[in-house]
Design a protein around this ligand. Sequence first.
Ligand SMILES: Nc1nc2c(ncn2[C@@H]2O[C@H](COP(=O)(O)OP(=O)(O)OP(=O)(O)O)[C@@H](O)[C@H]2O)c(=O)[nH]1
Ligand SMILES: [Zn+2]
Length: 215
Amino acid sequence: MLWTARPLGHEKCVFHHDLELDHKLPTREALLPDMSRSYRLLLSSLGENPDRQGLLKTPERAAKAMLFFTKGYDQCIEDVLNDAVFDEDHDEMVLVKDIEMFSMCEHHLVPFYGKVSIAYLPNNKILGLSKLARIVEIYSRRLQVQERLTKQIAVAVTKAVQPAGVAVVVEAVHMCMVMRGVQKINSKTMTSTMLGVFRDDPKTREEFLNLVQSR
Ligand SMILES: Nc1nc2c(ncn2[C@@H]2O[C@H](COP(=O)(O)OP(=O)(O)OP(=O)(O)O)[C@@H](O)[C@H]2O)c(=O)[nH]1
Ligand SMILES: [Zn+2]
């Protein structure tokens, strides 16, 4: 059945429970032939000739591109953290801002893209800085809605270092609102998740938002 062609999660990844992935499924690369056939059918549905020279390899290319756009399904937090959690007596805000993000709108299968800013207040544990960007990659490279993406990033940072608080702001342009539909080419969507101190203490939240907005 078609639904069995869902992406594989990593065996030891405990963060995937929300996706209800079936670990007996084939690897995602093994799905390439099925995906290529689907894209070939799509080309025919558009009235194109999938056998014309320029389109001969398009179904396979498109399938590979879609696998890349959704490669976050193949990754799990434990793997990318790679033990880069360090004991450190530091309790001031850590902020990485303007992390580029490319994701796929789950409603229209078109991109939404923008930037992510992540802050946390350490509680004797810090995270390798690049790992914040890697967490963004894991969750953005899936079919998403911006709200869920924002929250998943915040929860992942919380699980990784149990900080006193986490704040995540995502600013994105949705191509489904730009190239089609309401066609609002300048619209941007902002979402945020505030956990712990960032939720409870307006001063901490304000400090974060000021830092995010400063250029
Ligand atoms: N909340 C939220 N909505 C999203 C996101 N990405 C796309 N959407 C919205 O999903 C909705 C789908 O609405 P529908 O009415 O079923 O689809 P539609 O007829 O294509 O809607 P229009 O885009 O208004 O033409 C639209 O309002 C999109 O703007 C997202 O990340 N978060
Ligand atoms: Zn959309």
